[in-house]
Design a protein around this ligand. Structure first.
Ligand code: SAM
Ligand code: SF4
Ligand code: SF4
Length: 338
């Protein structure tokens, strides 16, 4: 089909595909879908506009032919998409896929872990911003209790979706005091905590640089209580900077896309729920693959469109982030899945 795997203008290969299966969510996290903006009358995508499982699977297979080895299902909240395990099973059957993961807020994990595991899911990342109900309830926007997320994590582990990673977005003055309790909890329960700098994705979350707690400070907070040692990246392009506890009680990851951008190693493509290909989390627009799919394009035509877009890619938003870029129009994170 193609002779050579595509590289973009900065020499980066295509290795990971994040698939957003829905733009809907049962939470209203302040940093992602603030309830003042995403209220009752917000118009989410009608079903007909969202890619079917067959369409997603066909595209995923073509992406794998172009070098993708790792798939991650995300959203919105991926577990609100009906019959998600059916999609996992279809993706797991694609030859060449080495890893299928899922990022979820955990609310529906107790109900779905087993069928996801049986369908071929390997791992889950669960987002949780605090162990304190008042703090977490305010951040998730729907007063969702911490205990139910922890129960979702337990359910995932019971069926072997492990190791579980826990994503925590840290916002200055909101949940920075939750960092140490979360680190203690994760250490004690064999979870890998990943601290994420609050990012200026989309245009709804009122991002200000002053709200970011930089990675160096996060590491310092934890190292004040537990000795930490740096861990080399597991593979080129790993977005998290890793640290291990010197006493052997596991590790933490820091995703410092604001203070230490990692665009040089960014090998990710993103497929939105309605079938657009985005080559950067901060892009303003994507390439409409759904129009090609539904217009009867052949596999070769789709591959040419994807490879052509990847070869034209020059994105390095986080490295260029400045007063000028923060004013630009950007797609919302829930639309393309973080
Ligand atoms: N709903 C799922 C969840 O929350 O895990 C999956 C989609 S969510 C968009 C993916 C990840 O992006 C979550 O871990 C979330 O915390 C993170 N995220 C969302 N908005 C963010 C922001 N402004 N800055 C940093 N991380 C963000
Ligand atoms: Fe929903 Fe995830 Fe966004 Fe929170 S971060 S609003 S759970 S999509
Ligand atoms: Fe990749 Fe864009 Fe993030 Fe840079 S800013 S790491 S290019 S997604």
């Amino acid at each position: 089909m193609i002779d050579e795997l595509p590289r973009d203008r900065l020499g980066r290969r295509l290795h990971d595909l994040r698939i957003s299966v829905t733009d809907r969510c049962n939470f209203r996290c302040t940093y992602c879908m603030p309830s003042e903006i995403f209220g009752r009358d917000y118009a989410f995508l009608p079903r007909a506009e969202i890619l079917t499982f067959e369409e997603i699977t066909r595209l995923a297979r073509l992406f794998v032919g172009l070098g993708v080895r790792k798939l991650r299902l995300t959203g919105g909240e991926p577990l609100v998409r009906r019959d998600l395990p059916d999609l996992v099973a279809k993706l797991a059957a694609i030859e060449g896929v080495e890893d299928i993961a899922l990022t979820t807020n955990g609310a529906l994990l107790r109900a779905q872990s087993r069928s996801l595991r049986e369908a071929g899911l390997r791992r889950v990342t669960v987002s949780l911003d605090s162990l304190d109900d008042a703090v977490f309830g305010a951040m998730n926007g729907v007063r969702f209790p911490v205990a139910r997320v922890l129960d979702g994590i337990a359910a995932a582990r019971e069926v072997g979706l492990a190791p579980v990673k826990v994503n925590m977005v840290v916002k200055r003055g909101v949940n920075e005091e939750s960092v140490l309790p979360m680190a203690r909890y994760a250490r004690a329960h064999g979870l890998t905590l990943r601290l994420i700098e609050f990012m200026d994705v989309g245009q709804s979350n009122g991002w200000r640089l002053a709200d970011v707690v930089p990675a160096a400070e996060l590491v310092e907070r934890i190292a004040g209580e537990f000795a930490l040692e740096p861990v080399p990246p597991a593979y080129p392009g790993e977005v998290a900077t890793r640290w291990r506890y010197a006493d052997g009680a596991g590790e933490i990851g820091i995703i410092a896309s604001v203070s230490q951008p990692f665009c040089g190693a960014c090998t990710r493509a993103r497929l939105s729920a309605k079938g657009e290909l985005f080559t950067c989390l901060f892009a303003a627009s994507g390439t409409d693959l759904r129009a090609l799919l539904r217009g009867g394009a052949s596999d070769d035509e789709l591959v040419a469109a994807i490879a052509g877009r990847w070869r034209a890619r020059g994105d390095r938003y986080s490295e260029l982030r400045s007063a000028e870029t923060t004013g630009l129009r950007r797609v919302e994170m829930f639309a393309i899945g973080g």
